[in-house]
Design a protein around this ligand. Structure first.
Ligand code: NAD
Ligand code: UGA
Length: 458
């Protein structure tokens, strides 16, 4: 059977894989191919053991794989065949040269553009799915259209707003899909082709069209606003701990104001994930490069508060355990940067595990999905950190537990059993405020939540 369109996605990661699986599942009349230079990753996408853990993903992939969804390492062939190319490669923070530590490292993006240029033999639409600095499309279009093959490329921006752990529901019913293009006739025609894809399942009023620069900047701004809410409530959590206000009560009260709204007001040990910090620092860099120092400083403070919140958590553990954790076993419950994912990129747990190990604690990490990544993240720590899949075993003989990821399974543990197996006095630091603190206190724990008065037996 012939397909109406041939869609390629370069980059089979957390975004490329699930996004394209959803497009394929909802658009059986399009052929969707996802390519990557990482052979192991592609092999995993072709197997029953997908390379990322995401609730509902297996089902969507199973529905379309082999029918109109294909995973391959044949990047060049994919480019030749495609009408539309989504680029979803990684865009990490630059670690070298000018802008190191802030600017986006665009080497993967640029390499992809040059590869597209080399292997394309007809006009194509190229779609930025990766998160990129505002005005990247302009640079990409320059590279692509500097060809002597008489081929035209339209570069569009279609940023992805899915969150890990809820990627499938986010993709099924997105708050909005944003598609930016140039306002030229060719740009508008290309934009229509992308709108047509999403219109197969997304209500038309949820598909927003804009100019390409607004689209690029909206992605950075959305992440900055979301992260800013977390840093705001985390800043308030510190004040709550000093004043006996309860941060959850404050968040509930302010979130009831319809102008503020209830979401993203959960105080925590800090935000993690591959994007918030990277995208804000990128925004900061762009602001500086346009001479907007005050705007840059404003957004940078969101990241600074987050780092402070993480270090504050380590300090709380240290100070409340009589200023020494040396030789004490501390079990970290959760290592993923949030629940329902195995992803540990920029997880606050990395910083906290390292901070405690530096204080010579015996750190034990447990997590239902992220242990393999945790091992990689802490590989240089040697035997100062241990890994344990069973939370009860992790807690055995521990002086303290610290909840670092809000996995449901940690709400349901038998804490009486855990308490009985721990060293006394037993401490519990709830970095996600997910447990019943009063009950734990009654069981005998000394409980230290975020943004609430501690419950202590001494
Ligand atoms: P990822 O690291 O999981 O995946 C990127 C993939 O691109 C890797 O598998 C890598 O091997 C591949 N790749 C790199 N260069 C390539 C090349 N030249 N040819 C073929 N493949 C190549 O990254 P991700 O989390 O999927 O993020 C991708 C982009 O999406 C980033 O810009 C990120 O900011 C953005 N984003 C991520 C999320 C998220 O939840 N992770 C959400 C929204 C947006
Ligand atoms: C975030 C955005 O929510 C997505 O819209 C965006 O597409 C994505 O970044 C991206 O660009 O990569 P993600 O990082 O997957 O998604 O997950 P979030 O749910 O946003 O959580 C980020 C971090 O903030 C987690 O560590 C989480 O635990 C923390 N968080 C979140 C809080 O501490 N409090 C909250 O109220 C919400």
């Amino acid at each position: 059977m012939g397909f109406a369109k041939d869609i390629l996605c370069i980059g089979a990661g957390y975004v490329g894989g699930p996004t394209m699986a959803m497009i394929a599942a909802r658009c059986p009349h399009y052929k969707v191919t996802v390519v990557d230079i990482n052979h192991a990753r592609i092999a995993a996408w072709q197997s029953d053991q997908l390379p990322i853990y995401e609730p509902g993903l297996d089902e969507v992939v199973r529905q379309a794989r082999g029918r109109n969804l294909f995973f391959s390492t044949q990047v060049e062939q994919g480019i030749r065949d495609a009408d539309i190319i989504f680029v979803s490669v990684n865009t990490p923070t630059k670690t070298f040269g000018q802008g190191a530590g802030r600017a986006a490292d665009l080497q993967y993006w640029e390499k992809t553009a040059r590869q597209i240029l080399e292997h394309a033999d007809r006009n194509k639409i190229v779609v930025e799915k990766s998160t990129l600095p505002v005005r990247t499309a302009e640079a990409m279009e320059r590279i692509l259209n500097a060809n002597t093959k008489n081929i035209r490329f339209e570069v569009l921006s279609n940023p992805e707003f899915l969150a890990e752990g809820s990627a499938i529901t986010d993709l099924e019913a997105p708050d909005r899909v944003l598609i930016g293009s140039k306002e030229t006739p060719e740009g508008i025609t290309a934009r229509r082709a992308i709108v047509d894809i999403y219109a197969n399942w997304v209500p038309r009023e949820n598909i927003i069209e804009s100019n390409v620069w607004s689209s690029e900047l909206s992605k950075l701004a959305a992440n900055a606003f979301l992260a800013q809410r977390i840093s705001s409530i985390n800043a308030i959590s510190a004040l709550c701990e000093k004043t006996e206000a309860d941060v959850d009560e404050v968040a509930y009260a302010i979130g009831k104001d319809s102008r503020i709204g209830p979401k993203f007001l959960k105080a925590s040990v800090g935000f993690g994930g591959s994007c918030f910090k990277k995208d804000i620092l990128n925004l900061v860099y762009i602001c500086h490069s346009y001479g907007l120092g005050e705007v840059a400083a404003y957004w940078e403070s969101v990241v600074k508060i987050n780092e402070w919140q993480e270090s504050r958590f380590v300090r709380t553990i240290l100070e409340s355990m009589f200023n020494t954790v040396a030789g004490k076993r501390i079990a970290l419950l959760g290592f993923a940067f949030k629940a329902n994912t195995g992803d540990t990129r920029e997880s606050p747990a990395i910083y906290i595990a390292r901070g405690l190990a530096e204080e010579r604690a015996e750190v034990v990490v447990t997590d239902p999905q992220a242990l393999a990544n945790a091992r990689d993240d802490l590989t240089d720590m040697g035997d100062r950190v241990h890994f344990e899949s069973d939370p009860y075993t992790a807690a055995e003989g521990a002086h303290a537990l610290a909840i670092l990821t809000e996995w449901d399974v940690y709400r349901q543990l038998d804490y009486a059993r855990i308490f009985a197996s721990m060293e006394q006095p037993a401490f519990l630091f709830d970095g996600r405020n997910i447990l019943d603190h009063q009950r734990l206190f009654e069981l005998g724990f000394n409980v230290f939540p975020i943004g609430k008065a501690a419950l202590k037996h001494f």
